[in-house]
Design a protein around this ligand. Structure first.
Ligand code: URA
Length: 238
């Protein structure tokens, strides 16, 4: 792998910063100062430092995105902008994809990664990874609707939805719903099943991850080492 690609994938430097860092002597590989960021390294074996600090290699890249409305959860689309387009060009080359789908008009927490195994685990119906959403709906929910949504509703599939957690605001027009499965348009269809309509939806949590409130819509950041450890712990506990 090229040294600059390695640095980009760890989130330490952009590609052009990597070139500048090499030219100004800030980078070493196996203790030797290197002047070119396009050199090839074996990230599993070689020890890279930036300003004297060892850069820990991670096989995978994980990015938290605050998805804005209007973007599709895909890597490419003929007509519509994709969530990948919110990342800088050099990160788009790392083979990242969205772990799961949010509807085009749904906003909030989205994980982008190149770890197919972890994404598969997080999304598998047998894993029951909880995902919570802040919602608003057209009509005030009655206590009967709340009980029905919590218990599981018929959304026209073979099986009703699994039990969900639901807390509703005093006016009944919004709240937080937590699902442990992820069927197509699930929340919208659940509300339709009780004669209501979702008017806005924002994902707040995904397994152990919580949307970083400091990210504006469309902004992203690398996951912290602690967040990655939590995700991987989830995966190990399968
Ligand atoms: N449920 C929906 O209906 N839409 C989403 O985007 C996510 C969950």
């Amino acid at each position: 792998m090229r040294l600059d690609k390695f640095l980009v994938s760890t989130g330490k430097l952009t590609r052009s910063e990597s070139g500048r860092a090499a030219r100004s002597g800030r980078l070493t590989v196996n203790g030797v100062s290197v002047r070119r960021a396009d050199m090839h390294i074996d990230p599993e074996v070689d020890r890279v430092t930036l300003d004297g600090e060892l850069i820990v290699y991670r096989r995978h890249t994980y990015i938290m995105l605050n998805k804005p409305s209007g973007y599709v959860s895909a890597t490419d689309d003929k007509n519509l902008p994709t969530v990948l387009e919110l990342l800088p060009e050099e990160l788009r080359k790392l083979g990242l994809f969205p772990a799961g789908r949010l509807d085009r008009d749904t906003v909030g927490l989205m994980l982008l990664t190149d770890n197919g195994e972890l994404a598969h685990f997080l999304l598998s119906p047998v894993s029951h990874v909880p995902k919570s959403y802040l919602f608003a709906c057209r009509d005030a929910l009655s206590s009967n609707d709340v009980e029905t949504l919590k218990a599981g509703v018929d959304i026209g599939e073979e099986k009703p939805t699994k039990p969900a957690e639901l807390t509703v605001n005093e006016d009944g027009l919004g709240g937080v719903i937590t699902l442990s499965e992820g069927r197509y348009h699930q929340i919208k269809r659940m509300f339709e099943a009780v004669g209501n309509k979702i008017t806005s939806l924002e994902r707040l949590t995904f397994g152990p991850l919580a949307l970083d409130a400091s990210l504006a819509r469309g902004e992203w950041r690398f996951l912290t080492p602690e967040e990655i450890a939590e995700l991987e712990k989830h995966n190990r506990n399968k």
